[in-house]
Design a protein around this ligand. Structure first.
Ligand code: AMP
Length: 279
C-alpha cells in the first residue's frame, strides 16, 4: 500500500493510474477504523481497480472542540487493517496540507433545507465543514466512485448534493450500516464508551427497531414519544428521534407509501451517537 501525505504526490500517482485506464474508488474516513470502514473498502475493491482511503480528522466539521480533541487516533492499527483489507493507497494529509488558506470559512455551499434539519440543527456549521473537505478531497482524487456509509444518512445526502452543485463526475455508492452482534452500529466514537455504556448503547438499535414495527401507523407522534421515553429511561439524552421520508429526509407524521427512515441522535455521557434504519 502506498501512503501519501502530500496532495501533489497523490495526484501524480493517480494521474498515471488513470492514464493506465484504472478506475479509482475513494473511501473518505476520519480513521480509528472498524469493520464498517473495512466494509466500504471491500465494496470499493469490488467496483473499482484502485482504492484510495483517506484518513483525516477534519477540524472544520467539528462544532464541538472537545469532540475534536477527543476524536480517537489509531494510525498504526489503521494502516495494518488497510493493508490486510487490500487497500491500495492511503492519503494521510496534515491540517495545513488540506487548509493552506486557514480554517476560517471561505466558501458556502447551498445545501438548502438539508443543512438546517436534524444533524444540521444540532451541529451548526457541520455540513459546511463536510462539504469543504469533501470538495477538496474529491478534486484531489477525482474518483470514479466514492463509497460512504448509510450510518451517516444525512451526510450521504449532503455529498450527493455536493456532487450535483460542483458537477464533479464521481458516483456515490452507499453501503448499509455494519453493526456489532448486539445491534450497536459500529462507530469510531464507540471507543470512548465504557464497557457498561457500550452495553447501554445497544438500546439505540432496539428503539429504532421498535419504531420500524409501527411502520403502518397513521400517527407517529405516540411512537416517537415512546421511543424518546425509552432512550431517556436507559440513560440517554436524546437530541432527536425522527421519522422521515427516506428520499428527502423531510419529517413525516404517519405512514407514507415510499421508504422511510427512522433516525436517532443521543448522548450517552460525553459521547454523542447517531444511528438510523431505512424501512
Ligand atoms: P467516519 O470515519 O466516521 O467519518 O466514517 C467514514 C465513512 O465510514 C463514512 O462514509 C461513514 O458513513 C462510514 N461508516 C462509519 N461507520 C459505519 C458503519 N458502522 N457501517 C458502515 N459505514 C460506516
Amino acid at each position: 500500500m502506498y501512503v501519501f501525505k502530500h496532495a501533489f504526490e497523490l495526484k501524480n500517482y493517480l494521474s498515471s493510474a488513470r492514464q493506465a485506464g484504472k478506475s479509482i474508488g475513494f473511501v473518505p474516513t476520519m480513521g480509528a477504523l472498524h469493520d464498517g470502514h473495512l466494509q466500504l473498502i471491500a465494496q470499493a475493491r469490488q467496483h473499482t481497480d484502485l482504492v484510495v482511503c483517506s484518513i483525516f480528522v477534519n477540524p472544520t466539521q467539528f462544532n464541538d472542540p472537545k469532540d475534536y480533541e477527543k476524536y480517537p487516533s489509531t494510525i498504526a492499527q489503521d494502516t495494518e487493517k488497510l493493508v490486510a483489507a487490500g487497500n491500495n493507497v492511503l492519503f494521510l494529509p496534515a491540517v495545513a496540507e488540506m487548509y493552506p488558506e486557514g480554517l476560517a470559512s471561505t466558501s458556502q455551499y447551498d445545501f438548502g433545507y438539508l443543512e438546517t434539519l436534524l444533524e444540521g440543527s444540532y451541529r451548526p456549521g457541520h455540513f459546511q465543514g463536510v462539504g469543504r473537505v469533501m470538495h477538496k478531497l474529491l478534486k484531489m482524487i477525482m474518483p470514479h466512485q466514492v463509497f460512504m456509509g448509510q450510518k451517516d444518512f444525512q451526510q450521504c445526502m449532503i455529498v450527493k448534493r455536493l456532487l450535483e452543485i460542483t458537477g464533479l463526475p464521481a458516483q456515490l455508492v452507499i453501503s448499509p450500516t455494519t453493526r456489532e452482534a448486539s445491534g450497536l452500529a459500529m462507530s469510531s466514537r464507540n471507543m470512548r464508551l465504557s464497557a457498561e455504556e457500550r452495553q447501554t448503547a445497544t438500546l439505540i438499535y432496539q428503539v429504532l427497531t421498535y419504531i420500524t414495527q409501527h411502520r403502518s401507523d397513521i400517527d407517529y407522534a405516540p411512537v416517537v414519544a415512546e421511543a424518546t421515553r425509552r432512550l431517556v429511561a436507559g440513560g440517554f439524552v436524546p437530541d432527536y428521534v425522527a421519522i422521515a421520508d427516506a428520499a428527502t429526509l423531510l419529517p413525516i407524521t404517519g405512514a407514507i407509501p415510499g421508504k422511510q427512515v427512522a433516525l436517532i441522535a443521543a448522548k450517552l455521557g460525553e459521547v454523542r451517537l447517531i444511528d438510523n434504519v431505512v424501512y
